[in-house]
Design a protein around this ligand. Structure first.
Ligand code: LMR
Ligand code: MN
Length: 428
């Protein structure tokens, strides 16, 4: 512990080490021992830190934000104390920011960031951390200016390079520039740069400027570095053990009654879909920037396992069908929605966010010359029939026909997820 122990703490190191040794196994004992030391040496940095760690651990076990708050106040004391060794300061700074983000207390986190940066303005790590908090808060312009500031002083900083590239790609659609920063950042192999999000957007930027073979290389490299399940399956929120097939057939899924119900109901579902389509303002543009050319809109009925009550009033029959399909209705990692695509549309190759769902398409009005590729196989829809695929695999869609195409998209849980996983996985 020498690099976290200052001169004064060194004199009482035996007591501190003893208290420290019970932090994980006996929070109460550790707290009592640190309290004893703190009575004599109220500003001992390692004792304040040790007590904070014990409280932090206890808060975790008891899921208590009140106890965590006590830990945070002690962390703050360390950050403001005199003669705190740099290594200790860094430990406290990281943990403190981590916990404030966990609590969603971003504004308070920013005050802490400022304090930390003021104390160590020459360490880009602290500025980078502020940039990440801004991104989490969706304050993209603030994040951008922080990363820019880092890169002015430290042009080779990998963490900042990938984040700046990420902003250029996702907020500005500046693909060439984004490629430059993402590539350069990933190549540093610095801590935090080997991350699925950066590989994902680097590959996508390459594909969008027509450098397909370079994109594939990135996807292969990402797979080798374990940020993707495979070069085609690039979802980032995964349960690792699940069977991974690009295309599924109804008989490989344990939902035969649901599929029967959907195909039996297709004409009435189509009628409802067409009725909404004939009114303006209900179908919404696809919002994820996946479209190359054309027009592609959706009308959402269920999302994240919740019914959109307002929209379901417009198509009660379709929603009543989904109500009878528990693996769709409860699918908190997916949606049910009508999807309309107009002639001349091309959707860029893309992957859904999670491998926890299987995407069922029910063809409602399918003109010729419409195609969907999933991984290496291209298929088309048929009226009243199901097309089933895993949308965590790369897929791409074309409409080269002359009339609009209408389908119902129904996400269902991946069949190998247990009831408790279906219950507990975070919604997407
Ligand atoms: C997709 O899931 O990205 C597309 O297949 C949706 C659609 O409307 O074809
Ligand atoms: Mn998709």
């Amino acid at each position: 512990y020498t690099n976290v122990t200052n001169e004064d703490d060194y004199k009482i190191r035996k007591d501190i080490d003893e208290a420290q040794s019970s932090i994980k196994n006996n929070n109460a004992l550790a707290i009592a021992l640190f309290d004893k030391i703190l009575q004599k040496f109220p500003s001992s940095p390692r004792s304040l830190y040790g007590k904070a760690l014990a409280l932090d651990d206890l808060a975790d076990k008891k899921r208590s934000n009140e106890i965590l708050e006590k830990a945070l106040q002690l962390y703050e004391k360390v950050l403001k104390a005199d003669k705190v060794p740099t290594a200790l300061f860094n430990l406290v700074a990281d943990r403190c920011i981590n916990r404030l983000r966990f609590l969603g207390q971003y504004r308070r986190a920013i005050n802490f960031h400022q304090l930390i940066i003021d104390k160590f303005p020459k360490n880009p790590k602290h500025l980078n951390s502020l940039g990440v908090t801004y991104l989490t808060m969706n304050r993209v312009e603030d994040a951008r200016s922080v990363f820019k500031q880092v890169l002015t002083k430290w042009p080779e900083d990998g963490f900042s390079l990938v984040h700046y590239g990420f902003i250029l790609k996702t907020a500005d659609n500046k693909f060439e520039k984004a490629i430059h920063y993402l590539e350069k950042g990933i190549n540093t192999k610095d801590e935090g740069v080997i991350d699925g999000r950066f590989y994902f957007h680097l590959g996508d930027a390459l594909a969008r400027v027509g450098r397909n073979s370079d994109a594939i290389k990135i996807y292969e490299e990402g797979t080798k570095n374990k940020v993707f399940l495979s070069k085609y399956q690039r979802s980032l929120y995964n349960v690792p053990r699940l069977t991974a097939n690009p295309w599924w057939s109804p008989k490989d899924l344990p939902y035969p009654n649901s599929f029967q119900l959907l195909t039996d109901s297709w004409r009435k579902i189509k009628e409802e879909g067409l009725a909404i389509l004939s009114e303006t303002g209900f179908f919404q543009d696809e919002s994820e920037n996946l479209k190359d050319t054309g027009e592609w809109k959706q009308f959402e009925l269920f999302a994240r396992g919740q019914k959109n009550v307002k929209n379901c009033k417009k198509c009660p029959f379709t929603c009543s069908v989904i109500d009878r399909i528990p693996e769709a209705k409860t699918c908190r990692r997916g949606q049910t929605k009508f999807s309309v695509m107009h002639p001349g549309t091309h959707v860029w190759p893309h992957c859904g966010p999670t491998n926890c769902r299987i995407r069922v398409h029910l063809g409602l009005k399918v003109p010729p010359s419409t195609f969907i590729r999933v991984a290496e196989d291209t298929k088309s829809w048929k009226d009243g029939e199901l097309l089933i695929f895993d949308d965590s695999f790369e897929h791409e869609v074309w409409h080269n026909g002359t009339e609009f195409r209408l389908i119902l998209i129904v996400d269902v849980w991946h069949p190998e997820l247990t009831p408790s996983e279906r219950h507990n996985l975070s919604p997407i």
